[in-house]
Design a protein around this ligand. Structure first.
Ligand SMILES: NC(=O)c1ccc[n+]([C@@H]2O[C@H](COP(=O)([O-])OP(=O)(O)OC[C@H]3O[C@@H](n4cnc5c(N)ncnc54)[C@H](O)[C@@H]3O)[C@@H](O)[C@H]2O)c1
Length: 319
């Protein structure tokens, strides 16, 4: 069975491509490399193009049985400054891709959604039934595409899973691929940059939140656990209806706890400075992953220490 991994030269897509291949799937990566890296797709067939380019993607879709759609612009801060870029890529172009999919024989589609669709959630841990009220354009575009998927599914019979990831982190055990964002905006790689002298210090955005130590709490999920859920999601769709579900561990760690864990795992002290809160950061974002656990017979296996160990191995290699 052939899976088209759109956005497979990016962080989560490349890890999923590796897991798919290990499970015996044929994988084609499609990516325009706007934030992705050719290196992350090494060893795979890579088609370089925009997913809205019908002449390029339609022939590739004809060779595939399912699509995993990781490609998007994914910076909250940038989405606030430049919403046009986000609505164009994550909604307008993405819906064009859905049309091309419907013109092919592909009827299974897996989408990378996000905890940002919940905005400032009214519950913690967050179940899928929590109101979806995104507080930034990034989250709004992801929700818009989830809604489009639901409508296409009802009207045209496309079967999909929307996975709402919490904080993806960690790297493949092989040490050959890992997290690469430029500029980096994710906590653990930024901590490593501070350790490696690539930035003066880690800025902690606020230590006066209503959390046990005052810093923001997030649910860090290993990228390989995410990738495993995608493979199960694909199998689930052969016999079961479309669904949206959270992917997280159900356990939150504060920024200070992550720093302590990094210091413990790496043996390095993290230079840190406390700054003001960042507008729009909820105090706590922790998944209730029980729907995915029940439905897919999946459970996040990796600990925070394992996330840090694998990510550190990768960061040292890159350094
Ligand atoms: N990283 C996280 O913690 C996180 C959390 C929640 C949701 N997500 C979602 O997961 C997905 C993957 O995130 P990531 O961290 O791997 O991001 P990433 O930037 O590393 O990967 C996205 C990939 O999509 C490609 N791409 C973007 N627009 C494209 C287009 N028009 N045509 C072709 N390729 C295009 C980029 O070049 C890149 O390789 C995104 O949809 C993101 O919204 C990520």
């Amino acid at each position: 069975m052939a899976v088209l991994v759109v956005g497979g030269a990016g962080y989560i897509g490349s890890h999923t491509a590796h897991v798919l291949r290990r499970r015996g799937y044929d994988v084609i990566i499609y990516d325009n490399l706007c934030t992705g890296f050719r290196d992350l797709a090494e060893g795979f067939e890579l088609v370089v193009g925009d997913f809205a380019d019908k002449t390029k993607i339609a022939p590739v879709l004809r060779r595939c049985d399912a699509v995993m759609f990781f490609a998007a612009h994914a910076s909250v801060a940038e989405s606030v400054e430049n919403p046009k870029k986000y609505y164009h890529n994550n909604v307008t172009s993405a819906v064009s891709l859905l049309d091309y999919v419907m013109e092919s024989r592909v009827r299974r589609f897996i989408f990378s959604s996000t905890a940002a669709v919940y905005g400032n959630a009214t519950q913690s841990p967050i179940p899928e039934t929590c109101p979806k009220q995104p507080v930034n354009p990034y989250g709004a575009t992801k929700l818009a595409f989830e809604n489009a998927l639901e409508a296409y599914s009802t009207a045209y019979g496309l079967k999909y899973v929307s996975f709402r990831y919490f904080n993806a982190a960690g790297a493949d055990d092989s040490g050959t691929i890992g997290e690469m964002h430029d500029p980096e905006s994710h906590l653990i790689p930024i901590i490593f940059q501070a350790i490696q002298g690539k930035r003066a210090a880690l800025s902690v955005y606020g230590d006066d939140y209503p959390t046990p130590d005052g810093t923001c709490v997030r649910d860090y999920i290993h990228v390989t656990d995410l990738a495993d859920a995608h493979v199960l999601g694909l199998e689930y769709l052969t016999k079961s209806p479309s669904i949206a579900m959270n992917l997280g561990t159900g356990k939150g760690y504060s920024v200070k706890e992550v720093i302590e864990a990094v210091e413990h795992v790496t043996g390095h002290t993290v230079p840190t400075q406390i700054g003001p809160r960042r507008p729009g950061d909820p105090a706590e974002l922790v998944a209730d992953p029980s729907l995915a656990e029940r439905t897919l017979k999946w459970k996040a296996q990796r600990s925070l220490d394992n996330i840090i160990e694998t990510a550190w191995k990768w960061a040292q290699k890159r350094h």
